[in-house]
Design a protein around this ligand. Sequence first.
Ligand code: PAF
Length: 271
Amino acid sequence: MRVFSSHKELLKSIDSDKLLGLVPTMGSLHQGHLSLINRSIVENAQTIITIYVNPTQFNDKNDLNKYPRNLKNDLDKLKHFKNIFIYTPQDKDLYKKVEPKKYDLDDLDKILEGRYRPGHFNGVATIVEKFFRLFNPNNAYFGEKDFQQLTIIKTMVKKMNLNINIVACETVREINGLAMSSRNSHMSKEEIQNAGMVTNIMIKAREIYNKTEVIPNSLKNEINNLKNCRLEYFEIENLSKYSGCIEDDGNRIFIAFWVGKIRIIDNIKLK
Ligand code: PAF
């Protein structure tokens, strides 16, 4: 493992004749990240892992300030991996001015998360495009937990004709079903338990939908009845409806809810 805060220095260590994988993260690494990293290591001779809390994708300053940061722990989790390069930049190594670029994302940025976090996906596209242009990886790895983000990145890559293979990796879950997320580290045991129950409700909804093509409102209400839980949205969407750039992957349930002060998103494929 080698750690760099300058992309110029990091690039000097990359062998351009060998396959390069990129795993962008915002740190506070968990098993979900480690599964992306393991996959990249298997599929590429070299892997760059970025650890950078990108300010342009936070529409709420408070959320940016509160976002968990654990660089020392993160490096500890990565120290046994071979052929990895870790990029932990400061803003100035990436941005002349810390501002998002404006993208045409085929309205994929207007639905679901986009409605609740205006500007968020432009910020994500801005930083991911920067990483892609700086490092020019062969493969880049993203989790399906952020399925809308994954779809948006695929759309951006297609529109910009970037020659990068976007690899979608399955969501990794806690034993109780809750999707792994850096934000889970801020939750109490009870909150994790309740958030896991929401996953079970989502799975129950999938079973019912696959038989009847409807999801009863009573199931959605069950979420609001859990202690300290508040449902923000529970929608069925087929994202390929919005973008001509991605394959039709069918319908999914997309969900966002609060457990105490933590906002959680998840999704699950239907049929
Ligand atoms: O999914 C994330 O952690 C972030 O949105 C990403 C892709 C690393 C960009 O900052």
